[in-house]
Each structure stands twice: as C-alpha cells, then as structure tokens.
Design a protein around this ligand. Structure first.
Ligand code: NAP
Ligand code: HSE
Length: 432
C-alpha cells in the first residue's frame, strides 16, 4: 500500500484518546477508503509521565510542540487539547506552516473563528471542526454542504448533554436541581466546575458556531444571550408537564427582516415537538430551511468515541483534500455582516408563575399591568390557594416582545398584591 499520511495530535485526554483508539481500531477500513494509511507521528501532552487509559508508543509523546510543527512529513494537525491560549497559537502556527487542522475546540472558534478561518484561507489549507458542536452528531458538514442550497430560517437545538441529563432526571424522578447535579458530577458528565454547562456558556459557544454557518454572518460567543438552568424548580417542571410541555435548555438562532437572534435559555417545548423527546445526555439540532423544511440531527453530543467519530471523519476529509491537492476547498462562509437583534426585540411566548395576595381584584390589577404594556395573556391556567393569605397564579402569554414583558414584570414586582414573581420561562417550538 502507498506511503502513509502523517498526523500530529495535540492533546491525549478524553477526545485525543478516542481518536488514537479509533484510528487503530478502524485503521484498515480507513486505509481502504483513502487508498493510503493514516499514521500518528507525534502526540503533544503536558505530562509525559501521566498514567493514561491507553497504551501508546512512548516515542510518539512529546511536550515540545515545535517538534510537530517543524516535521515536514506531518501534514495534518489535530487540536484536541482545548482552551483558547496555547491552542490558538498552535493552530495558527500549523496553518502558517501549510498544515491542515482539525479541531474540536468550540471555546476557541466561538471567540476567534474569524482570525483562524482567515489564516486557513491565506495559507490554502483546511480548518475542519465537525466535533466542535454536538460531539458525534454530523451537523457542521450538513449545514455547510448538504443544506447549502437552502436559506436557513431557524436552528434550534439541545446542544449540552450535562444540562439535558439534569433536566431529564428532574422531570422523571422529581429530584431537585442540586441533587441531580451532584449525581451528574459523580457520573463524569458534569465537570468538577460545571458552571459553563449549567449557566449556558457551553451551549452559547456551540450556538455561535451554528448561527455563523446558518446565516452566513460572524456570531461570537459574546453575541449570544444566555441563561442557565440553576433556577428551575421541580414545581415548574411539573406545571410544564401538566400543560403539555417538556422543559429543555434550548439554543435558538433565527433570522428575520430585523436581523439575527441567538439565545440560550430554558424553555417549555411542546411534548409533540421532536426536541421534547431528546433525553438524558443526548443532543439534537433541529434545522428549518426554505427548501428542505424541517430536519433534525440526533445523537451523542459528547464522550470519547462519539467525539472521535467526528474528528476522524474530518481527518479523513483533510487527508483526501491533501491527496487531491485541493486543500482549503470549503472556506469560511461568513459573507455578510448582519445586525444582531437586542434581546428586548425578541418575540416569544412566556410561562409565568406568580405568588399573589389571595384577595378580590388581584387578577384584574395584574391583567391591567399586562394590558398597559401590550402583553396579551393566552390563559390563566392555574389559580391555587397556598394558604389563607397567598395564592399561586400560572399564566401563559401570547407572543410578546421581550422588552414589553420585562417592563410589565418590573411594575408587577412593585405591586403590593404581588408577593413574588416565582418563575418566568419562555415557551418555544410551537407556531412562530
Ligand atoms: P481533556 O480530557 O482535558 O484533555 C486535554 C489534553 O490536552 C490532555 O492530554 C492534556 O495533556 C493536553 N493539553 C492541554 N493543554 C496542553 C498544553 N498547553 N500543552 C500540551 N498539552 C496540553 O480535554 P477533552 O475533554 O479531551 O477536550 C478536548 C477538546 O475537545 C476541548 O476543546 C473540548 O471542548 C472539545 N470537546 C470535548 C468533548 C468531550 O466529550 N470531552 C466533546 C466535544 C468537544 P495531559 O494529558 O498531559 O494533561
Ligand atoms: N460539557 C459538554 C456537554 C460536552 O455536557 O454537552 C462537551 O461539548
């Protein structure tokens, strides 16, 4: 068989280990498909003596990145070390030296995508990143290639496995957020510091990447509105179920005549919507295009082998492009500079739970505030006495402007009859 194509891997953690295993496990069929074998030439790590879950030839391991960049025979670099400092420096160095790069690094792309894609274009090499969103789920290539003939109207997804696991357990077992979070940590789903998952930052990075591709305009992590799941209660989840909804941490990116909106927040999703059935650590991305209509991509959004599946797919593509002297074939597709809508201009429906004084005229005064701010109520779905002096009101609005709702809530909070605005959750996935 022909000479091998050599790969340098930066990082041998969860994803790096999966990539090494998969290249070994399926090396024969990959070589068949490519007509040439792939061979790992170097693996960059921080600590040469760390005990690892995999047996690798110690001669491949190095702590010196320059050894990899200066090897003229290594043509593809796989960045699976994470972080935005050294990873950015190493990717830029690799591109500059004419090496194609495969990365899983959403943190880096959601902040510095433009600079990295400009560099890959300048140097005529590939920068591939399928694993950066949805782990093993193919979504970047479908958006960039298979759906390229569509105008994408909306991308909506469950793109964080940790939070989906927590919400699934809260729903099925009626357990509190903090209780399930501890379990998610002990199972290794959530990080020791799970802030980025539970506060929506991880999902926001993934939505920035998806929205940039879907709408052809550069969206960064800072452009994404985000709200996490730590304030959700089992009580609200139970109300959602009674009303025919599942509660999910959703990423939503939509374009209309006023611009682009990109947001991550908990949402009530109708039980009949396909995203409502996505449970545990699974992820799914729902895409609406003008030609294809509705389509959904589902699978494991994280983990060693699922993520390695996406990385190795990209390595094979980079190797094919190298063989055919056709690197840099699909460049950055952010051709436009579209406005991003402020959150106040977003229009959606809301679920509200209010604790109010249990006395005559309360509902009328609350309805009056909503009316003044043009917040139209679809229904008062529950009115329950909590004790002799307090009652709970559960309301669902029609589609309203976020700013109008926030203004109304500010007035309500000062109303003597309102004891507490207990919950405000957006309702998504029904009729727009
Ligand atoms: P990880 O388990 O923490 O592994 C990181 C690896 O990179 C380790 O082997 C570490 O070396 C090495 N490393 C880190 N900084 C380094 C530096 N400055 N110089 C040399 N080596 C360095 O991370 P991971 O979970 O595999 O994630 C890797 C990337 O994939 C991240 O961008 C992440 O966001 C992305 N991703 C992960 C998943 C997932 O399920 N884990 C899914 C999708 C995308 P030592 O081993 O010596 O410490
Ligand atoms: N922490 C992420 C999640 C996995 O829970 O989905 C890596 O993207």
């Amino acid at each position: 068989m022909a000479k091998s194509i050599k790969i340098g891997i930066l990082g041998l953690g969860t994803v790096g280990t999966g990539v090494v295993k998969l290249l070994e496990q399926n090396g024969d069929i990959i070589a068949q498909k490519l007509g040439q074998p792939l061979k790992i030439s170097h693996i960059l790590v921080r600590d040469l003596n760390r005990k690892r879950d995999i047996d690798v030839d110690p001669n491949l391991l190095t702590t010196d990145p320059e050894k990899i960049f200066s090897d003229p025979e290594t043509n593809i670099i796989v960045e699976v070390m994470g972080g935005v400092g050294a990873a950015k420096e190493y990717i830029l160095k690799s591109l500059k030296r004419g090496k194609s790069v495969v990365t899983a690094n959403k943190d880096l792309l959601a902040l510095h995508g433009k600079e990295l894609f400009n560099a890959s274009e300048t140097h005529g090499v590939d920068l591939l990143f399928e694993a950066s969103v949805g782990g093993g789920i193919p979504i970047i290539h479908p958006l960039k290639e298979c759906l390229a003939g569509n105008r994408i109207r909306k991308v909506m997804g469950i793109v964080n496995g940790t939070t989906n696991y927590i919400l699934t357990k809260m729903t099925r077992e009626g357990r509190s957020f903090s209780d399930v979070l501890e379990e998610a940590k002990s199972l290794g789903y959530a990080e020791a510091d799970p802030t980025s998952d539970i506060e929506g930052d991880d999902a926001a990075r993934k939505m920035a990447i998806l929205a940039s591709i879907a709408f052809g305009t550069r969206i960064t992590y800072h452009d994404v509105y985000r709200q996490g799941i730590s304030n959700l209660t089992v009580e609200d989840i139970n109300y959602a179920n009674d009303l025919g909804y599942a509660v999910k941490l959703l990423g939503i990116a939509r374009e209309d005549e006023d611009g682009i909106e990109v947001r991550v927040h908990p949402a009530f999703v109708p039980l009949k919507h396909p995203l409502a059935a996505v449970s545990d650590v699974f992820n799914a991305v729902f895409v609406e295009g003008d030609a294809v209509g509705e389509t959904m991509f589902y699978g494991r959004g994280a983990g060693s082998m699922p993520t390695a599946s996406a990385v190795v797919g990209d390595i094979i593509e980079a190797a094919r492009n190298f063989q055919h002297h056709d690197r840099g074939r699909i460049t950055c597709t952010c051709f436009y500079d579209k406005p991003i809508k402020p959150m106040g201009a977003v229009v959606t429906k809301y679920y509200l739970r209010l604790i109010v004084k249990d006395e005559p005229g309360v509902l009328a005064s609350i309805a009056g505030v909503f009316g003044e701010r043009e917040v139209s109520l679809a229904s008062v779905v529950q009115e329950r006495a909590l004790n002799s002096s307090a009652a709970e009101l559960v309301l669902i609005t029609h589609h309203v402007r976020e700013q109008n709702l926030q203004d109304a809530l500010k007035i309500l909070a000062d109303l003597p009859v309102v004891k507490q605005i207990a919950s405000v959750v957006r309702v998504e996935g029904g009729e727009d």
